[in-house]
Design a protein around this ligand. Structure first.
Ligand code: SF4
Ligand code: SF4
Length: 378
């Protein structure tokens, strides 16, 4: 299948969509079916990780099986895998060798450090054994280029990009959470490849949108609009975590859909924003971040963004899922919820919209927090 390739750092060109393999791990057959459909859909880029269960092992066997049947994208597959930061040099080397062995290859196109979420992770990768490890992996010609994924804060990601040490990055970039788009543009401007992490799921469970969101994006499907928004912003490639061939429907449809937003897409985005404003009235958080930092480390903007979505597009299911993960996902997500607000009032004069922040936080907790009863038996 012909691939519409996009530059990705200094490495091989990749398709507009990247098959994320974290969901096709039920069986080898499931992996093969998804790979086959990805190939037919114009996808040449696969993203995997040792933390995705059997994904690398299944990929190794099923890519070989498909190759024997003559099924592979034009120019072959491009593979990105990821390793967690923080290990000593010898352990990191072993992990990379094991990863290559599971995939059945002697060299991987792209190796990312998986979750540069904390300053110590970045320090490890730039100044400690992580730096030595990345240097070794390139010297030994085991990887073509190195990058990182991050769920960390804005300034940490900016430092990683500015370090000039990485050729690509994977970031949370979403139509409904566009805060990191300037970081993506900065990375692209420096010649890095940029991959959007899970626009469908982490971008708002857009594979199962609320009725209000469907109406707000009309006539475009919410997921299609989210993809087109990111493509028009110039993001190199977008991950799609498919477990079944039909999960790749929109990726197939949009596999060459580069270029600016069309008039009807712009109108849909304007409608989305105006419907959100209408439902939230003067309680909408503008996400400007001027209220930060909070002395109690309350992630004010993240919590009020969930409130914006829950009320603004009736996305309570997604907002509850994210809110109730706070404090339960280690360094992959925020650790403090709205209950940590000490009502000190320090944020109030910093808000250009004069929002009653402590009151909105308390209301959000009331609206989104699982009740103790549901936590016990739900
Ligand atoms: S009022 Fe609450 S959210 Fe605002 S700065 Fe004080 S503790 Fe933080
Ligand atoms: S300063 Fe106000 S509008 Fe800006 S992010 Fe904070 S709460 Fe939202």
């Amino acid at each position: 299948m012909k691939v519409f390739g996009r530059p990705f750092g200094k490495g091989r060109k990749v398709s507009l969509f990247t098959l994320g393999t974290m969901r096709a791990i039920g069986s080898k057959e499931e992996m093969q079916a998804v790979l086959k459909t990805a190939c037919i859909s114009g996808i040449n880029h696969l993203e995997t990780s040792p933390t995705y269960g059997q994904a690398e092992k299944f990929l190794g066997s099923e890519l070989k099986a498909l190759r024997q049947k003559g099924i592979q994208p034009e120019g072959g597959w491009v593979i990105t895998s990821k390793l967690l930061p923080g290990f000593n040099l010898s352990k990191s080397k072993d992990q990379l060798k094991d990863l290559l062995s599971r995939l059945g290859i002697s060299k991987i196109d792209n190796l990312a450090l998986h979750g540069l979420n904390l300053p110590e992770h970045l320090h490890w990768s730039l100044n400690e054994e992580g730096s030595e490890f990345l240097h070794w992996a390139k010297e030994e010609q085991l990887v073509d280029q190195v990058g990182f994924s991050s769920h960390g804060n804005y300034s940490l990601i900016e430092k990683a990009i500015d370090s000039n040490r990485f050729d690509f990055c994977s970031l949370h970039l979403h139509l409904l959470d566009p805060e990191r788009i300037p970081l993506a543009k900065k990375a692209l401007g420096l010649g890095m490849g940029v991959m959007a992490i899970s626009p469908a799921d982490k971008g708002g469970r857009l594979y199962a949108p609320s009725q209000a969101l469907v109406k707000d994006c009309n006539p475009v499907e919410p997921l299609e609009l989210a993809y087109r928004f990111l493509i028009a912003e110039g993001i190199s490639t977008l991950t799609v975590g498919a477990s079944k061939p039909k999960d790749l429907r929109i990726a197939k449809k949009l596999n060459q859909a580069i270029g600016k937003l069309k008039e009807y897409e712009l109108q849909a985005i304007n409608q989305l924003l105006s419907e959100r404003s209408r439902r939230l009235g003067n309680s909408q958080c503008g996400q400007c971040r001027k209220c930060l930092p909070c002395p109690q480390e309350v992630p004010i903007t993240d919590i009020l963004r969930l409130r914006n979505l829950a009320i603004g597009h009736e996305m309570e299911v997604f907002a509850k899922e994210r809110y109730n993960l706070i404090g339960k996902a280690g360094h992959w997500w925020e650790s403090k919820n709205a209950q940590s607000c000490a009502t000190c009032g320090e944020c109030l004069p910093k808000c250009p919209l004069n929002l009653p922040i402590p009151q909105l936080l308390a209301e959000t907790h009331e609206m989104l927090a699982d009740s103790p009863r549901r936590r016990l038996w739900g």
